[in-house]
Design a protein around this ligand. Structure first.
Ligand code: ATP
Length: 585
């Protein structure tokens, strides 16, 4: 491959883009996490402090952390134009080849003249940043020209990736955990720094920033602190099946109403307010009334966690999740705010000028109550303090009676553990006879086609849960009920847009559906129970995996969840054990 870096006029080493492109190729060719870690650790060794964040973002197919809202996104037509401009091949020919090859990256690599590329990683990053931030009149021109320039200066191998990145089609299957492992291996030679790096990542959700900090000063990772404006990975709740078990596990606790809404992390610095979703997307403009209320009802600087839920103004009743989620939109925000007014129930505080995440919940909750002046829009989650299972159940039933989902019990002594599902929070949800005590969020990885007169619909969806160990999706159910015909038609249309030729390498399945899709959409499913099955790969040992019995879709696509936020294999096994336990009682 020759030199990995070149030295500029000022004597600064610059990593060549060809090195990154080669890594992309190696990563594409393997599904072993170990191998991916090695490839990345070697790449990271060649990066300077100025380059490492750029390399990390590009590995993620982007130029900035998702919550900054800076996306490279270019439409196919414009990318085709750039490929044509750079190669001199007419656009019709580009389109024709695309129809045969099915991938514009392959087309570019096919038709661009064979030569060595001269690009550095920083040049590519800067061009992508220009593409991502172009706005106003002539935007598309700027984008097409920037991509054309890149392609003119690249080799065919590099061109493949230069095209896939702006199309959002760089699918390397490299998860956050693999990047973290590789950063650790690059720094200390093994994975022993993983936890420390992961902690820093969970506190800022910005892998580029973490990597750069690590390269600048190792100690700074150990002492990494939360910062207003950088979202913190949300803490998650465990499940237990009864009030008795909860009290046995955490003793006297706060028991809070579980609102079935939309989780929002609110950041306040002076009069500057930012709102982030559970997926770590910026939502600030979608809830103007919360932004305004935060300025009036929250004292000083703060990071607060809470649940936003819409209500019916005439009856005062809370609305189901499907209505609250309608607020998640870019246009028509004002009308939606009027139609579905929201209340924000604050349930935790992580910062008040000082990092509070290590403080016990009892103390954080006290601080929360002193920081918020309750009003029409911002309220504090309702709670009781108890060590008595019967009292817990009374509160639970009271909340179910009000149309809420259940309760979350909170360990009074627990710190806030970013990004982890721990027994600091335990949820108990309403369940019906003959039904699994909790719902399961699955990622759609493909579908079986409808037959005969139902050919324009999906027949059944192949649903998978997430395996954190291997960063892969493992199938757990074929879901053919719970959907209206209209939904089945729409699902087919949406899934056909993200269909892929063969099984994605981060999907583990024994079933071959009619159509494979990129793991992208999450739906909530309820089922009668979890059984052992020879057909599914979730938690499979020997010949059997876990499967959902009589699964039915109970939510439309969960816009608030990423595929990695699906229920995990570990949770399915826990739910199976809870169910077994309940049956023997
Ligand atoms: P679910 O679909 O059951 O909400 P989940 O996977 O989205 O599950 P969990 O960790 O299981 O999330 O449950 C915690 C969720 O409950 C939080 O993400 C939050 O959105 C919601 N919630 C509602 N009320 C509260 C509360 N008082 N305290 C903490 N979380 C609450």
């Amino acid at each position: 491959m020759g030199q990995v870096s070149e030295v500029d006029g000022l004597g600064v080493k610059k990593l060549k883009f060809s090195v990154l492109a080669k890594c992309f190729e190696f990563l594409e060719g393997t599904s072993s996490r170990l191998e991916m870690t090695d490839i990345l650790a070697n790449l990271f060794k060649d990066c300077t402090t100025e380059e490492i964040d750029k390399v990390v973002y590009m590995l993620q197919g982007t130029v900035a952390p998702p919550f900054r809202g800076i996306e490279i996104g270019m439409g196919e037509k414009f990318v085709q134009q750039a490929v044509s401009n750079a190669s001199g091949v007419p656009k019709e020919e580009v389109v024709k080849q695309y129809k045969t090859l099915g991938d514009l990256g392959d087309v570019a690599s096919n038709i661009l003249p064979k030569k060595e590329g001269v690009l550095t990683v920083s040049q590519v990053y800067d061009a992508f940043m220009k593409i991502a931030t172009a706005s106003g009149k002539g935007t598309q021109e700027v984008r097409i020209n920037a991509l054309t320039e890149l392609l003119k200066n690249s080799s065919p191998e590099e061109a493949k990736y230069l095209v896939r990145i702006p199309l959002g089609k760089l699918r390397l299957g490299v998860g956050d955990a693999t990047i973290i492992d590789a950063l650790s291996v690059r720094t200390v030679g093994d994975k022993s720094m993983r936890e420390e790096i992961e902690r820093a990542y969970n506190l800022c959700c910005d892998m580029g920033l973490v990597a750069k900090t690590l390269y600048t000063d190792r100690e700074a990772i150990t002492n990494f602190q939360i910062k207003v404006g950088n979202p913190i990975k949300p803490a998650l709740a465990e499940r237990l099946s009864s009030a008795e078990e909860i009290i046995e596990k955490i003793g006297e606790c706060y028991v809070e109403a579980k609102y079935d809404g939309f989780r929002i992390q609110l950041h306040k610095e002076g009069d500057k307010i930012e709102l982030f979703s559970r997926r770590i997307e910026r939502m600030t403009h979608m809830f103007p009334e919360i932004v305004q209320a935060a300025k009036e009802q929250i004292k000083g600087d703060a990071i607060i966690e809470g649940e936003t839920i819409s209500y019916d103004e005439s009856t005062g009743e809370f609305l189901p999740f499907q209505f609250t989620i309608r607020r998640k939109r870019k246009h028509g925000v004002e009308e939606m705010a009027e139609q579905y007014p929201a209340i924000y129930f604050a349930f935790d505080i992580l910062y008040n000028g000082k990092d509070l995440t290590q403080k016990p919940y009892l103390e954080r909750r006290n601080i929360l109550e002193q920081t918020i002046t309750e009003g029409e829009i911002i309220k504090i989650s309702e709670k009781i303090r108890t060590g008595d299972p019967q009292e817990l159940m009374r509160f639970f039933n009271e909340n179910i009676g009000r149309g809420l989902e259940g309760i979350v019990a909170k360990d009074l002594n627990a710190p806030y553990i970013a990004g982890a599902r721990k027994f600091a929070w335990i949820k108990l949800k309403r369940s019906y006879k003959g039904e699994l005590a909790d719902t399961v969020d699955v990622t759609i990885v493909g579908y079986l086609a409808g037959r005969g007169s139902r050919a324009k619909m999906v027949g059944a969806l192949l649903g998978a849960v997430y395996d954190e160990e291997t960063e892969t999706f493992k199938t757990v159910a074929k879901i053919g009920s719970g959907m209206t015909e209209e939904q089945m038609i729409n699902l087919k249309k949406m899934l056909d847009q993200i269909k892929v030729e063969k099984k994605p390498k981060n999907v583990d399945s024994l079933i071959t559906p009619d159509v494979w899709t990129q793991p992208q959409y999450v739906i909530t499913v309820s089922a009668d129970e979890i059984t052992l099955s020879p057909s599914h790969t979730c938690g499979r040992t020997k010949d059997l995996g876990y499967a959902l019995r009589f699964p039915r879709m109970i939510s439309w696509i969960r816009q608030d969840k990423k595929p990695e936020d699906s229920t995990t294999v570990k949770e399915i096994i826990q739910m199976y054990n809870i169910q077994k336990h309940a049956k023997t009682e």
